[in-house]
Design a protein. Structure first.
Length: 392
């Protein structure tokens, strides 16, 4: 039992009294500290220079905030026999600019041997890596920012047709570069066809922000799904599974094209999507006339006309205005829709598109003149006569 007499004997102000007061205060503080108290967190904000030092990425690394293109991809698709061959290189914009000319020169040396495999001539400074499971070959290119890899691979040529095969692969690469997909109609304008010693190659050149997460393969319907393909695996065509078709693509239906070009139009080589092409020159002004065919599904009028309008700096229109702008036109054995799209008067470089859209069988056909507004107006009657002369 504790006696309280000793405490009563402590005189106020004495050393023992002061010690007891300090003891009480200490016990109170300890007791209060055991209660749950609101927490106040403090953060130290790094200075701007420190943030830049920790987060600035050199070369092709993308800035999510700015969205500025930082990377460039050069690639070629070369259909040959039952295979399509892929030549692709990606790097920072500056590093690809340093080797772009060499890449194009290299492509021009590509040939196919008796086994239908590609052979080429490479610059002395380029080196090779051994073939791997998903690459026929890998070439290493020196650049100011380090070595770049040129991946060479192949895949069974898509049984769903040339157009869809090309679109699926180009759009897959665009996803890797954080770019929106193309429509079928826009595909010819975003690919360049070149001749590789008698074999057609389709080259794409795009700036964007390379994202490794965009490397999923497209499946039926254009959707993406499943795990991403291993590094270096080529794109696959929509509608294909993981197994390439055993046989090559079915023979494409051919449509014979006849037309009568006006005097003065210079015929250009037909290539790929372009079944016919002509150049119109008037001094320094030049206009181009093309005839392109795509799948019938690509022939919807409104999206195509609005795309053409955007190319000459005109705003989009709705279906009601489309009806007003549509002029019927007839060719030798077809009927179609004709549009005259002249750019704004105040445009810095005023352009005009004269365009015809028609569907014949399972193909959409686009007859189009693009050029300076004055030259297009001067050639308008010639173009209309040319369009009417076309026979499919």
């Amino acid at each position: 039992m504790i006696s309280t007499d000793r405490f009563s004997e402590i005189a106020p102000g004495s050393p023992r009294w002061r010690a007891s007061q300090w003891l009480c205060m200490l016990l109170f503080a300890l007791t209060a500290g055991c209660r749950e108290q609101p927490q106040v967190r403090s953060y130290s904000t790094p200075k701007e220079a420190a943030v830049l030092e920790q987060n600035h990425l050199e070369g092709g690394a993308a800035s999510a905030a700015s969205g500025e293109p930082t990377d460039r991809m050069l690639a070629a698709i070369v259909p040959h026999g039952e295979q399509a061959w892929f030549f692709k290189i990606t790097g920072s914009i500056d590093s690809i600019a340093a080797i772009a000319e060499s890449f194009h020169d290299f492509l021009k040396t590509v040939r196919f041997d008796d086994a239908n495999n590609p052979v080429w001539e490479k610059p002395e400074a380029w080196t090779s890596k051994p073939a791997s499971e998903f690459r026929f070959a890998t070439l290493l290119l020196p650049s100011p920012s380090g070595e770049l890899e040129l991946a060479i691979s192949s895949l069974g040529y898509g049984a769903d047709g040339h157009d869809n095969f090309m679109l699926a692969n180009v759009n897959r690469w665009r996803r890797q570069m954080a770019l929106p997909p193309l429509s079928l109609l826009a595909l010819p304008e975003n690919t360049e066809e070149i001749d590789l010693n008698g074999v057609k190659a389709y080259v794409v050149d795009m700036n964007g922000r390379f994202e490794a997460g965009g490397m999923q393969a497209p499946f039926a319907g254009g959707a993406t799904g499943g795990a991403g393909l291993p590094d270096g695996h080529p794109p696959i065509a929509a509608g294909q599974g993981s197994i390439p078709p055993a046989a090559g693509p079915p023979a494409a239906a051919t449509t014979k094209l006849e037309c009568e070009a006006p005097e003065g139009w210079l015929e250009q080589a037909a290539s790929g999507f372009r079944k016919a092409a002509f150049l119109i020159a008037d001094g320094d002004d030049k206009a181009e006339v093309t005839i392109i065919d795509l799948a019938a599904a690509a022939g919807d009028l409104l999206p195509n006309v609005n795309r053409w309008r955007s190319q000459v700096s005109l705003p989009e229109i709705d279906a009601a205005q489309l009806d007003k702008d549509t002029q019927p036109i007839e060719g030798k054995n077809w009927k179609g829709s004709y549009y005259v799209l002249a750019g704004p008067d105040d445009a810095e470089s005023r352009q005009t598109i004269l365009g015809v859209i028609t569907i014949v069988g399972d193909r959409s056909w686009f007859i189009k003149l693009t050029g300076p507004a004055e030259l297009a107006e001067k050639e308008r009657e010639n173009f209309e006569a040319f369009a009417r002369s076309v026979r499919f």
